[in-house]
Design a protein around this ligand. Structure first.
Ligand code: G1P
Ligand code: ZN
Length: 542
């Protein structure tokens, strides 16, 4: 077998975003596009020759072709061993778990997460480091720098491998092990949660429904909920499809409509959950009840000691800046630190490695812990089931009781998708220019306490990440936050995050959008969203 060196020219747009490089499938199909980026990864890694790399993707369209290309390039670049998921498929949290279990050098994950798939959909690729977590900025920067000057890549001339059989083969000098990621992942879950107790709960007529949205978690959910926990027929849309059945594999009230219909019907099950394209996100629902991801993180934190894997308590917690401050209140009561990080899971890595935080979460339906270094959708579902099994109360009762103790943080995110990039940047620049001197200003009933562009200084490696979103906080504890998405592939996506705090339990039953209306109107006024986006309404409200 021959190693071929192919000359190439750089693409200028290979800068990884919030979570790796994400582009439309058609961009990835451009000759040399994927290869340039993969070679930039290998060129940026010190001493990866002879090492073990984990490889898998969420199974979306182009996954199969990309896996074969990456295998041949890995062999040509001297990688010693590749652990690849059966069929080239692995959920993101399973990939993280496997990197850790096998003490691999790193991993390459192919996913565009919750973005739609299919020939006209999106594709993505990201590199994870030895800890199992997304590469930190200094690594993604190095990859980007390399991609700007790359002039050749290496690839082995070989036939495609059959990845549908669990085998160990060779590709040139490199060993290729096709593994089943479901089994080690399920075993990790069994080590954290009280499966017997959850099994008893389900046996006593507790009904659940888990929507895999025709994405990667189907086989994991069937194995865990149906086989191991005995919830026969509980998995919805459990067959992974390359185009996710034409759906948008994002677990929220808009896109997980099959589940929402079931959970908001008269005879709804007790518990419902959905996960996204690559299995790292989760949405949790009770019978006719929606749990915001921010509240979910707060409830898991408050009840963590009920779960075997966390029974000795938490070292700390962390949330991304736009995530609501509900968890801060729990941390305060527990006497532990709550870290506020920029958006993106990569910022939790150092805190988890240094044991400064045990649980982490983002408002974007992401929750996880130190068991892996990615957010983990099914883990969150099992955490909830374990709490429900111990407490014997409904989801709604647990959340409402939580609000009674800590107060309620009304919270919502408004997304303006695919708006004009230049205008969106102008909106942010204009806001940025207004921050100085805003503190102390009054807008109707609100007085500005602070206004800044969020900057994060990592407490472990002291790296500083600037311009991570504009925050305007008010004296009554409410906040509005503005950011541009770093995962979108078309135009720009403006995200507006709105939060208010209500300590009075008599006022905890308002409809969220109604409760937040004055703040939403204020955000409109301050940022002139309609004018800049040319939109009357957000595309998605979560
Ligand atoms: C979005 C979410 C962020 C999450 C990321 C990857 O990024 O907002 O919390 O970590 O997807 O799942 P954004 O598009 O806002 O940059
Ligand atoms: Zn995802």
């Amino acid at each position: 077998m021959n190693i071929r060196t192919v000359s190439t020219t750089p693409f200028s747009d290979q800068k990884p975003g919030t979570s790796g490089l994400r582009k439309s499938v058609t961009v990835f199909q451009t000759p040399h596009y994927l290869e340039n980026f993969v070679q930039s990864i290998f060129d940026s890694l010190d001493g990866c020759e002879g090492q073990t790399i984990v490889l898998g993707g969420d199974g979306r369209y182009y996954n199969r072709q990309a896996i074969q290309i990456i295998l041949k390039m890995a062999a040509a670049n001297g990688i010693g061993r590749i652990l690849v998921g059966k069929g080239g498929i692995m959920s993101t949290p399973a990939a993280s778990a496997i990197i850790r279990q096998y003490k691999a050098y790193g991993g390459i994950i192919l996913s565009a997460s919750h973005n739609p798939g299919g020939p006209q959909g999106d594709f993505g690729i990201k590199y994870n480091i030895t800890s199992g977590g997304p590469a930190p900025e200094k690594v993604t920067e190095a990859i980007f720098e390399r991609s700007k000057v790359i002039n050749r890549y290496k690839i082995l001339e070989a036939d495609d491998l059959n990845l549908d059989k669990l085998t160990v083969t060779r590709l040139g000098e490199m060993s290729v092990e096709v593994i089943d990621p479901v089994e080690p992942y399920a075993r990790l879950m069994e080590s954290l949660f009280d499966f017997e107790r959850i099994r008893q709960l389900i046996k006593h007529d507790f009904k659940l429904c888990v929507d895999s949205m025709h994405a990667v978690t189907g086989p994991y959910a069937k194995d865990i909920f149906e086989k191991r926990l005995g919830a026969a027929g509980s998995v919805l849309n459990g067959e992974p499809l390359e185009d996710f059945g034409g759906g948008h594999p994002d677990p929220n009230l808009v896109y997980a409509h099959d589940l929402v219909e079931i959970m908001f019907a008269n005879d709804a099950p007790d518990f419902g959950a959905a996960s996204d394209g690559d299995g790292d996100r989760n949405m949790v629902l009770g019978n006719n009840f929606f749990v915001t991801p921010s509240d979910s993180l707060a409830v898991l934190t408050a009840n963590a000691t009920l779960v075997p894997g966390y029974k000795t308590g938490l070292s700390g917690v962390a949330r991304s800046m736009p995530t609501s401050e509900a968890v801060d209140r729990v941390a305060e009561k527990l006497g532990i630190t709550c870290y506020e990080t920029p958006t993106g899971w990569k910022f939790f890595g150092n805190l988890l490695d240094a044991n400064k935080a045990t649980l982490c979460g983002e408002e974007s339906f992401g929750t996880g812990s130190n068991h892996v270094r990615e957010k983990d959708g099914l883990w969150a579902v099992l955490f909830w089931l374990n709490i429900l099994a111990v407490k014997g109360e409904s989801v709604e009762a647990i959340v409402k009781d939580h609000w009674k103790t800590y107060g309620r943080n009304y919270y919502s995110r408004h997304d303006y998708e695919e708006v004009d990039k230049e205008r969106a940047t102008e909106l942010m620049d204009r806001l940025g220019g207004m921050l100085d001197g805003m503190a102390g200003k009054k807008f109707a009933n609100y007085e500005v306490k602070y206004a800044d562009d969020f900057s994060y200084s990592d407490p472990v490696d002291h790296s500083v990440s600037k311009n991570q979103g504009i925050r305007i906080g008010f004296t009554d504890g409410s906040r509005i936050v503005f950011r541009l998405s770093g995962t979108g592939t078309k135009g720009a996506t403006l995200r507006l995050y709105v939060e208010s705090y209500e300590p009075d339990a008599n006022k905890h039953n308002l409809e969220t959008q109604a409760a937040l209306k004055p703040l939403i109107d204020l955000a409109q006024e301050i940022a002139q969203i309609k004018e800049y986006t040319q939109r009357d309404e957000p595309t998605v409200i979560t």
